[in-house]
Write a protein that binds this ligand. Structure first.
Ligand code: PGA
Length: 245
């Protein structure tokens, strides 16, 4: 089970450190991989606070090259060097605000795998795709184009299904629908890439009240949480809800 927190650009440096310290002070009795994806500037500090605990730390985004003239970019290599275990690739906000394409996600996947970071490949259809019955078409392209040509091993990456319309909207995907999509992603990975043990997470307006409806689905291995992970009360309530089962 994975519970991953995507802090996006919600918190400043002090707020990030305070929230992480509050989380560290809690003894969550939970059999899960907990993860924080902090802002890049708070990364090292958060990593120090989380070292040797059940919390893993990840990058929200990586550049696909290791070094060079790429102003403003931070490579997978650099994140690895400062203790990252995970990196999100192709988050909806990277795709829709920053224009990231499927071919970019493929290069970022490669960069992560090259340095031993576990990429969390985020895929999801827009409202328009959904209305035009193009969900499967969109997800298939995002999945296949991100993975093509990579030397993939079982458990070397994760997939997060995050419908764009569900992110930050307060309108999550229904649990049955998310389960159907997670099952479909797993069968695609099996049939096309011969990969059986890839965890699939659901993300999009997950909170303490609805989290269990996802984590109890057979094909869903965890959640990627944005808004509800950026405050101590809402995030600790969410973790406790999963722990209680
Ligand atoms: P949300 O964001 O939980 O605020 O909907 C999820 C995400 O963007 O990963």
């Amino acid at each position: 089970m994975y519970i991953f927190a995507n802090w996006k650009m919600y918190l400043d440096f002090d707020e990030s450190c305070i929230l992480m310290s509050q989380l560290m002070a809690e003894n969550f009795d939970i059999d899960a991989q907990l993860g924080i994806f902090p802002s890049t500037l708070a990364f090292s500090e958060i990593e120090k606070l989380a070292r040797d605990t059940q919390w893993g730390i990840g990058a929200q985004n990586v550049a696909w090259v290791e070094k060079g003239a790429y102003t403003g970019a931070v490579s997978a290599h650099l994140f690895k060097e400062v203790g990252a275990q995970y990196a999100m690739v192709g988050h909806s906000e990277r795709r829709h605000i920053f224009g990231e394409k499927n071919e970019d996600t493929q290069k970022k996947m490669q960069a992560c795998l090259d340095v031993g970071l576990v990429p969390v490949l985020c895929i999801g259809e827009t409202q328009e795709d959904k209305e035009n019955d193009k969900r499967q078409y969109r997800l298939k392209r995002q999945l296949h184009e991100a993975l093509q040509g990579l030397d993939l091993q079982e458990e070397s990456f994760l997939v997060a299904y995050e419908p764009v319309w569900a992110i930050g909207s307060g309108t999550p995907c229904t649990d049955t629908d998310a389960e159907d999509v997670a099952g479909w992603i797993k069968s695609e990975l099996k049939d096309t890439f011969n990969l059986a043990n890839i965890a699939v997470l659901y993300g999009g307006s997950v909170d303490s009240k609805n989290v269990l409806s996802y984590t109890t689905q057979p094909s869903i291995d965890g959640v990627l949480v944005g808004g509800a992970s950026a405050k101590f009360d809402t995030f600790s309530a969410l973790i406790r809800a999963v722990a209680k089962g």
